[in-house]
Design a protein around this ligand. Structure first.
Ligand code: FES
Ligand code: FES
Length: 198
């Protein structure tokens, strides 16, 4: 860090005095449909969908790791397809149906992919897990009976640093079975604790 002629250190000052604060872009009214609920938010056009979900809507199940399209931790469904929310602007998601990990359970009952992850013990730290689940959910949205190759391909964009892939693939196979099997009468399946929304 250099010292300027007026004795002030570093960025943020000019010879004429303090630099003006970074420009704030104009706010726009952005309408989003997330997990079946409509939201109108005042956002800068540069605001990512990931930051909007986590900071504005407090849906922190979607994880922010690389923030540059490398890891898949931020995967959500957009119109049923898996997408990296860190690479999408919130403003361009208007008119589209966004689903996060919090929106998968129905009536307090876990989605088959979530149940499969529990059954197969398909996580260690769990940080990549929401993204893995969303990618496999997207696969099952497209293909009721995926092959092993389909399952592997579905999670290639989701990095698990602690190496839980063997069980993640097992969970993918199990999820396809659970999604295809009619629920046995009287079987409640895996349920969420009371009051838990994710
Ligand atoms: S946080 Fe989006 S791909 Fe890593
Ligand atoms: S379970 Fe640890 S990074 Fe995936």
């Amino acid at each position: 860090m250099s010292q300027s002629a007026d004795g002030l250190h570093g960025a943020g000052h000019t010879a004429e005095g303090p630099a003006p604060p970074a420009a704030v872009e104009q706010l726009h009214a952005v309408r989003l449909m997330v997990n079946g609920a409509a939201h109108t938010l005042a956002l800068e056009p540069r605001h990512t969908l990931l930051d909007t979900l986590r900071a504005d809507l407090e849906l922190t199940g979607t994880k922010k790791v690389c923030d540059m399209g490398d890891c898949g931790a931020c995967t959500v469904l957009v119109d049923g397809r898996a997408m990296y929310s860190c690479l999408l602007l919130a403003i361009e998601c208007q008119g589209r149906e966004i689903t996060t990990i919090e929106g998968l359970a129905r009536d307090g009952e876990l989605d088959p992919v979530q149940r499969a992850f529990v059954e197969a013990d398909a996580f260690q730290c769990g940080f990549c897990t929401p993204g893995q689940i969303m990618s496999l959910r997207a696969l099952l949205n497209e293909t009721a009976a995926p092959s092993e190759a389909d399952i592997m391909r579905a999670v290639t964009g989701n990095l698990c640093r602690c190496g839980a892939y063997v069980n993640i693939l097992k969970a993918g196979r199990r999820a396809a079975e659970l999604a295809a099997a009619p629920r046995e009468a009287g079987s409640p399946g895996e349920t969420l604790p009371a009051g838990e929304a994710r």
